[in-house]
Ligand binder design. Structure first.
Ligand SMILES: Cc1cc2nc3c(=O)[nH]c(=O)nc-3n(C[C@H](O)[C@H](O)[C@H](O)COP(=O)(O)OP(=O)(O)OC[C@H]3O[C@@H](n4cnc5c(N)ncnc54)[C@H](O)[C@@H]3O)c2cc1C
Length: 445
């Protein structure tokens, strides 16, 4: 039966309430921490999806080494367990003067309204809606590439790759030459991690039934990067180590390559070289969601919300923004980079600010300061490379191998700890370790 299409007004049960929009790396951690302390009448989380997967894991979802049905955490469960209210649907409009926002109706596949449009009022608001792909106007990029910005994209990539592997296997069975060409555009952490994960996964897929395919020869992975080297923002040593590890895994890396045109089955660069691409991934850049420019709040050129050092939106003392969607100044005069560690730190800072507010105390005087603890890039399931920042400014340590891998995995566990608590995180980690030993190493259906 179709629900009423009338707008429903959800009145806050507490006059000094907070609404958080976006349950990702930053917003979900904030909602869980606040919910545990102040309860569901005061804390509301809105997200346009029903379950949460930590975004830095999406390359594993794409490669099939992480199963979304095992990894995804339901927002309703998290709301129940952490004591916040969950509202399902996308934020579509904001009336900052009236402190009111609109969440669009949720429809089923047939277009019928399942949940009507809702209006919510807030005393303070935190926007944490993350980022989307920036195609920089490259012709064909939007239409012919898959990005890794959302779980659906990563899952779409996985299914398409399975389909291509099956078709290649069938062609080989009938005596034809066949293979799969995967082109990844963007040699940042996302592109590098995906290339390495795919190479390892292609070997596992071959073991599980695609026996006619030689993964190193028939699954051809090419990584294109516009800058002179991959992982350009990281120290040169990290970049060289990644190139070496990718070469060992038969991934072709082409740096200084500016893509100018993408078609259904090919990618062309500024030099006029056209490469075959059965499947193409766009990992070349991100920008803020376009919705932000429609909210009547100040945005920068990249569409991010302009915030002060205290994470309030300029000119709006009761609206905060954290994570990728916030243009937050850092100590060097630039902006805090769009990274999970920044979103995590900002959620911690805002938790402290709101604890003061809800206790009727003045907000802490100190602004948010971004601490860069370094960057780690996963190269498949066994190894990681990266640099760790020392406590002295400018000092960094190169790390590689199993130790770096453990540190990389601990970042994911820290996120789970913030939303599930220590004991449940430990049980979940053990459970997943055991499940991995009793199920296929890649998702085959
Ligand atoms: C493949 C990959 C690997 C990465 N690896 C690393 C890494 O190793 N280290 C690192 O520091 N960073 C990494 N990043 C970057 C990191 O994931 C992001 O910086 C981080 O997730 C940003 O957190 P956030 O809370 O701002 O947004 P997100 O985590 O993206 O969450 C945004 C949330 O908002 C919701 N949302 C969006 N629009 C709306 C709307 N209109 N209404 C309601 N809800 C909405 C989304 O559903 C989502 O839940 C990686 C990113 C990718 C894609």
């Amino acid at each position: 039966m179709q629900a009423s299409q009338a707008t429903v007004t959800e009145n806050p049960r507490h006059p000094d309430n907070i609404v958080i929009v976006g349950g990702g790396a930053g917003g979900l951690e904030l909602a869980c921490k606040l919910g545990r302390q102040f309860g569901r009448s005061r804390v509301t989380l809105i997200d346009c999806r029903l379950s949460h997967i930590w975004k830095p894991s999406l390359h594993e979802v794409a490669a099939g080494t992480l199963d979304i049905h095992q990894e995804g955490l339901s927002y309703q469960m998290l709301a129940h367990d952490n004591g916040f209210t969950f509202v399902y649907g996308p934020l579509t409009a904001l009336d900052a003067e009236a402190r009111r926002l609109s969440v669009a109706a949720v429809r089923n596949d047939a277009g019928e309204v399942m949940i009507p449009q809702r209006e919510l009022t807030y005393a303070c608001l935190c926007i944490a809606v993350g980022s989307v792909s920036n195609y920089f106007g490259v012709p064909g990029a939007r239409e012919h590439t898959i990005s890794l910005n959302a779980t659906e994209d990563a899952e779409r990539f996985r299914l398409k790759m399975l389909e291509l592997l099956t078709m290649a296997e069938m062609r080989k069975e009938t005596g034809h030459e066949a293979g799969v060409d995967i082109v990844i555009i963007g040699g940042g952490a996302t592109g590098v991690e995906l290339a390495a994960e795919l190479r390892e996964a292609s070997g596992v897929y071959a073991d599980y039934g695609f026996r006619r395919l030689d993964p190193g020869r028939d699954v051809r992975i090419t990584l294109l990067e516009g800058a002179p080297r991959i992982l350009a923002p990281l120290p040169e040593r990290v970049s060289s180590a990644a190139i070496r590890l990718l070469a060992k895994r038969h991934v072709t890396v082409v740096a200084g390559c500016r893509v100018t045109d993408i078609r259904a089955n090919s990618v062309t660069d500024a030099e006029g070289v056209t490469r075959p691409a059965d499947i193409c991934v766009w990992a070349a850049g991100i920008k803020a969601p376009e919705l932000l420019a429609t909210l009547g709040l100040p945005t920068n050129k990249a569409g991010q919300l302009e915030v002060t050092g205290h994470l309030t939106i300029k000119g709006f003392a009761d609206i905060y923004a954290i994570g990728d969607c916030a243009a937050c100044p850092n100590a060097e005069g630039g902006l805090v980079p769009p990274r999970a560690q920044a979103a995590h730190q900002q959620a911690d800072y805002l938790f402290e600010v709101l604890q003061h507010r809800f206790a009727g105390k003045p907000a802490p005087a100190h602004p948010y300061v971004y601490r860069d603890y370094g960057s780690l890039v996963s190269i498949g399931q066994q190894t990681t490379v990266g640099s760790l920042m020392g406590s002295l400014k400018g000092l960094s340590w190169f790390v590689e191998g199993f130790y770096a891998r453990i540190m990389y995995m601990s970042l994911h566990l820290m996120h789970h700890r913030a939303i599930l608590g220590t004991l449940r995180t430990a049980v979940l980690a053990l459970g997943r370790f055991l499940v991995k030993r009793t199920t296929a190493l890649v998702k085959l259906h």
